[in-house]
Design a protein around this ligand. Structure first.
Ligand code: KIV
Ligand code: ZN
Length: 520
């Protein structure tokens, strides 16, 4: 084993804002990206991949603002293997206390075909681009995309080239989630043994979850000597997603007897970030998701409940509080004060600054006025709502009034900001939601198809909040939106507008996946 591979500290590289945001429909706004980056930094993530600066002006701005705000984390920008991309990435991260350029090229036979480079041509390109990146920045990461389907001899050759040209981290991506844990480990071992200079750099593992093995593959790579794990919150990412940060971090923590490696992550921040990412990406967390799913700590069966009452360790391998999950379900109401709200939110994994608390308190009071008892789930929905920062959104609902009755048609009067201009319309429809959606469409005509409209009651009772999920599709891309309110029609309108705002954002910045595929 090499010196780096002997270290017992595993670096956590979070790519929620790049690979995660690249998943169809998960487009995030500028403010949302900044908020997530600052929470990741606070949580102790070592490297934040903040975006793909060449992709659009918006991506560039987000990466450079995140770089300027960074406290402890290294801020990384992605670049294809060409000088223009690399210059742009450097431009975006150069103001970070510590910046990194991450450049990549597809090295498998399939990708060599696409880039029309033969092996020698590709080696020359890697040499030139990594050298260029290294002339700009001391911290350069290089990735052979589709490494797990690249011939081993050629993989050794390109990795050696990148190390000689100055790469300080070599990331080995399983781009299509194809590898098995044993293979993932063997690949890292092979590179450590065969590549000259491998002992001078850090190996990273970057796994996709197409066969449900991303976390297992990442941990196997760590066991073999990789000391950087690339992951995303909730496993967000292209297709079936990436390795989930919370799974790797908690697996290392819970099973230190098997893999004795530490991370710098404050695990009590996991739940807050998970909820935040679910809200802003519009990708809800599945109920039985490992670590952060709603049922991950729920004990329903009699035997389990009995065991839990006697000794929690019977059925719990980690404690809810370790990931920032509240241990109680204290009910709040309209007489609860600001301090009680802060304490309750902290139990739920949300640490708020004074200004944020002020805003959330106003929302909480409005909710408590409409709803007698405010439960944990209500507060989680309220926080999700608060995190949907729509001040800079293209479409913003100002006022909605719906007239319902048995002798329809239903009518919706809507005032909405469309790109900054206030507009009003009066529309009818087959039911209040249909009338509202028609009104939105009249003010902002679009071709997207409504693929899903779903309503969930957050808690019980007729005054319960409703969480509405909307999914729109246009040209094969899906855009999700979510919103909660005690009024189902209002929640529906906000969820619909939320999905449309993602569509507008996505249209304005081009298709990231297409850019990735032209990785030369
Ligand atoms: O999956 C992949 O190969 C990537 C690279 C850009 C590292 O995301
Ligand atoms: Zn990836």
């Amino acid at each position: 084993m090499t010196e780096t591979a002997k270290q017992d500290r595993v670096l956590i590289f979070d790519t929620t804002l790049r690979d995660g945001e690249q998943s169809p429909g998960a487009t995030m706004s500028h403010a949302e990206k900044l908020e997530i980056a600052s929470l990741l930094d606070e949580m102790g993530v070592d490297i934040i991949e903040a975006g793909f600066p060449i992709a659009s002006e918006g991506d560039f701005q987000a990466v450079s603002d995140i770089a300027r705000n960074a406290k402890n984390a290294v801020i990384c920008g992605l670049a294809r293997a060409n000088l223009g991309d690399i210059d742009r990435a450097w431009e975006a991260v150069k103001d970070a206390p510590r910046g990194r350029i991450h450049t990549f090229i597809g090295t498998s036979p399939l990708h060599r075909d696409i880039t029309a480079l033969d092996m020698d041509g590709m080696v020359a390109r890697i040499h030139d681009t990594v050298t260029h990146a290294r002339n700009l920045c001391d911290d350069v990461q290089w990735s052979p995309m589709d490494a797990t389907r690249t011939e081993h001899d050629f993989l050794c050759r390109v990795v050696e080239t990148a190390i000689k040209a100055g790469a300080t981290t070599i990331n080995i991506p399983d781009t299509v989630g194809y590898t098995y844990p044993r293979e993932s480990a063997d690949l890292i071992r092979m590179l450590l043994e065969r590549v000259p200079g491998a002992d001078t750099i850090t190996f990273a593992t970057h796994c996709h979850n197409d066969l449900g093995m991303a976390t297992a593959n990442a941990l196997a790579a760590v066991e073999a000597g990789a000391r950087q794990v690339e992951c995303t919150i909730n496993g967000l990412g292209e297709r079936a997603g990436n390795t989930a940060l919370e799974e790797v971090v908690m697996a290392l923590r819970v099973r230190g007897d098997i893999l004795p490696y530490s991370t710098g992550i404050d695990t009590t921040k996991i739940m807050g970030l998970s909820r935040m990412v679910a809200a802003v990406s519009g990708f809800p967390v599945q109920y039985n998701k490992a670590v952060v799913g709603k049922n991950a700590f729920a004990h329903e069966s009699g035997i389990h409940q009995d065991g839990m009452l006697k000794n929690k360790e019977t059925f719990e391998i980690m404690r809810p509080e370790d990931i920032g999950l509240a241990a109680t379900n204290l009910v709040m109401g309209k007489h609860s004060g600001r301090a009680a709200l802060r304490a309750k939110l902290s139990e739920l994994g949300y640490e708020l600054g004074d200004n944020q608390l002020k805003d959330v308190f106003v929302r909480f009071k409005a909710l408590a006025d409409r709803k007698k008892e405010v439960y944990d789930d209500d507060l989680i929905a309220l926080m999700a709502e608060a995190s949907l920062n729509d001040e800079d959104a293209y479409l913003q609902i100002k006022r909605l009034r719906v007239v319902c009755g048995t002798d329809g048609p239903q009518e919706a009067e809507l005032t909405m900001l469309v790109g900054g201009a206030e507009k009003f319309v009066d529309a009818t429809g087959d039911g209040p939601v249909d009338a509202t959606f028609n009104a939105v469409k009249m003010l902002h005509p679009h071709e997207a198809r409504l693929e899903l409209y779903q309503v969930h009651a957050v808690t019980e009772g007729t005054d319960a909040q409703a969480t509405v999920s909307v999914r729109l599709a246009l040209d094969g891309v899906v855009y999700s939106g979510q919103s909660s309110d005690t009024d189902t029609v209002v929640a529906s309108a906000k969820a619909y507008v939320n999905a449309l705002n993602r569509l507008v954002l996505h249209r304005n910045r081009g298709n990231l996946s297409a850019l990735m595929k032209s990785a030369g």
